[in-house]
Design a protein around this ligand. Sequence first.
Ligand SMILES: [Zn+2]
Length: 1004
Amino acid sequence: MAGVVYAYGSLTFPRKFLHMGGERFKKKEYDIFAPPTNIWQKGSRDDVFTKNYIPRDKNGTLTSGKKFRLPLEVVPFHYILEITPILNNGSKLGAQWTAPGNIKILVDCVRVSDSITLHAFLIKFPKDAIKIRDLKTGEKLDVTNHGQSEENEDFYVIKLAKELQVGHKYEIDITYIAPVSLKRLDGLYRNQYTDYKTGQTKYLVSTQFEPYSARQAFPCFDEPGLKASFDISIGRKAHHISLSNGNLVSSVPMITVEKGWIVDTFNTTVKMSTYTVAFIVSDYSYTEADSNLFPNRPVRIYGPKAVIDRGGGEFSANVSARVLAFYENYFDVPYPMQKMDSVAVPGFPVKLYDKFRKKKPIKLLFIAGLNIYRDRYLIEIPGVTPEALRGTISSILAHELAHQWFGNLVTCDYWQNIWLNEGFATYYSYIGQNFTNPEFEPMKKLLVDANQFAFRLDSRERSSYPILLDSDHPDELAHRFFGIPYYKGAALIRMLDGILTSNTLRAGISRYLKRWAFKAAVQDDLFVALQEQAEEDGIELPNNLTVTDIMNGWTKQRGFPVIRVVTLNSSTISVIQIQNDVRVDQVKTKKLQEQPYLSWHVPISIASADEPDFSNHSPKVWLPKGVALVNMDVDTTKWLIINPDATAYFRVYYDDNIAANLRKQLNTDHSVISPLTRSQLLDDYFNFAAQGEMQISKALEFTTYFGNETEEIVWHILLNNLRRLHYFYQEHSDASERNTSRSVPAFQGLRDYLLPRLESALMKIGFEQSPEDRGAIITTRSRLLSWACRLGSQLCLDYANKLFGQWMNNTDVNPVPTDLQEFMYCYGVRAGGGKNWLFAVDQFAKATNLLQSLRLAKSLACIEDEDVLNVFMDSVIDKETLGVSKEEFLVIFESLSSNPSRRHLAIKFLRTRLPAVIRYLNGTRSVNVLFGLLTDYVHTEEELVEVQKIYSENLQQIILEDDVVDIDEHIVDIKDNIQWMAKYYQPIREWFESQTREQSHRKV
Ligand SMILES: [Zn+2]
């Protein structure tokens, strides 16, 4: 509409802001960097994982009584696959988005039968599609019938006129048409990216078969234990390339009625599982790693040409080659394939997000010789990619490449043993990254990611289950592919490292890999190999127990022990196994009746003032299964730690005497106690407090020394546990409001306590980022600075303003380090009023990469002036010419919601504009995301009522859409926040106030 004036004081919106739409989209590398994950994560990741973690149908049950395992009349040993995905319209070869194929499966008959059952799903079979031949006699067997099984829709049954003979080999020849899915992200599916130079949409076809979607691309025996070799040929148009697991052997014109088709043939693979088969048809180009890094086996990164030309694949190529060489040497087992290709596929539309996968929507997958990644987890562009993301990329590469050994070479026999794939890939990814990128300090992060995350999953009813899964239901198994098998798996391997020592674990793993190479294994196979190694190395296990005896307790039951340490006298402690506490949701600890108690063999190691050795993780004593208590001699007048470095998988609860000694030591010289130990101590105590087993003050008391604490893994625990205060009390933190009536003493207490410690820690690691900084120091500083700025640190605000001001003076050089931009832009905008805001608008319009434009979008909601904000928000959804993308809009909205003094605007906006927002976002699924962005931060009864009103007033509009907004879930989130406030606000306030009083007393 002409004539609308957007003004801020004397400043008018730049015209280009109103008309930058279409052009702006084209210029952006929209498909190179999808939004940072944290936008889609609700709260902390344990919230994500524990809510509705296990899918259930409306009756709350999972089992349907079907059979899921193949009856196995025959066992495959070789596949010959020819398939041609059709990307274009009007081909004589077949319809667009289908893939005509032929597969020959060579099998051994192991059971007399007149039928063969294999897997096929969504595949179409012509009438005479199936031919069976006896390879011994050459005889053709008549197929009397074939079709989907009534027992299980994934089964396809071929009926024969004659029985198959045991010991004979047969060829099953099937001609078929597979779908290329446009909606699903498994099987064979279409993907697309925008060529940001031309704005053109480019299509590619890729695969995602794990755990059971290979059957959507070709008929097969789709169980991980049924390994076979593969000959694969892919048909493609001449201007495309194809990739598969093997090396390309030949490319020849296809003999067909249509010109311009090529058939690529790849060499025979090693024996592998169907889920590890992969292929891609695209127009990508590649970068290759220096061949000296991993001799004779090319390591390539594939992506859109424009991205590869900018050097976007170089970091990943280098890391991949180095980590492959490292693993080959570390495990003493050769890499089984002839090359390693990694392919970046574009980010997925928001609506396809699976909430269960929010933590790691990553990997698409790991496959032998060909890995497929979401683009943002593979492409690194120097100067653009933040350091934190660079760390994530190298960590993910190390994980996915570890799967070449754990998963591809040795495969879990069936998905119940998935931890043999995922636990090991997770654990070794940290060892691998420690080799390629030690600057990210992965061995410290391993504790947080593995043990601490697993503890949280493992202490809640809904997310805790035995790591050795006990179901064979595909849906249930698929939803357990996240969480426990990864993180508890890695934590248990950490524990084995402590029990067996690092050298023995490494040699035992090597033994296991060699013995089970190209085969499928169960967990006992692993434990037997470790046992043999332990015996050979003279490692003694207690009471003649074997590795299997010990580990069964940890893998076959859920939960973990809690160890209470009690002072008996000045030279003795009692170490007591008190419970397995699986928490039933948010309710106070409930001991689960079906769980046997004291059923772990628990290794107890110790460090103390007299023996302060944190590198020795060998157990001093064991608390055997069924035994509640053991006494240990140690000087109890000085500090002591049970389970130094937290190598074993249990929590520790100390009595007051020991806790006081520990506090004393931390305040005198915290460095005597290792960083891993300090981190776990805090994590244990905050969790005991959260479960109502102790006052939160007992946990907070361990933080008084934090002015000297420079480790992110330790700060992380405190900051995470104060996360809600951080969100809810920001309005009182503005330095300008410090002495106004809006300033609340409770928050003052938090600030007065935390800020000096944050600033002191920042002084120690360096307040400002220097060009030489790499890795953990950058991410630590970024974390601490974002809190410091939010708490009103003048030092932090000055730093932000200085950098932002420099940028405004010289727009050619942006001096704000990428890892600090996310929050610094906001303070830059807030400090400078309209002028700075307009500068941010200008930069937003000019931004050429998505991460940058998202950060700037976020900062636009930081302006103080409410009128400008209101007009701005309305314009975003009303004026398409503004060219604000949905992702950017969501970021702006979250920025508003997370700011307590602006949250009412976010609520009002939704309340008055919801129908327009739904139109703008193209459906309610995105609106669901939007509600989530708000409810994360809502924490009062009044706000709850407001949110409920928005929903009820717009019910009609919302339920007209296909996807109903899951308001109940959002209401639960808000109620959680309100509950948290009710429970912790007062004690935390009192504690912070008492600390502030003590401090001022001391000053006096
Ligand atoms: Zn994995």
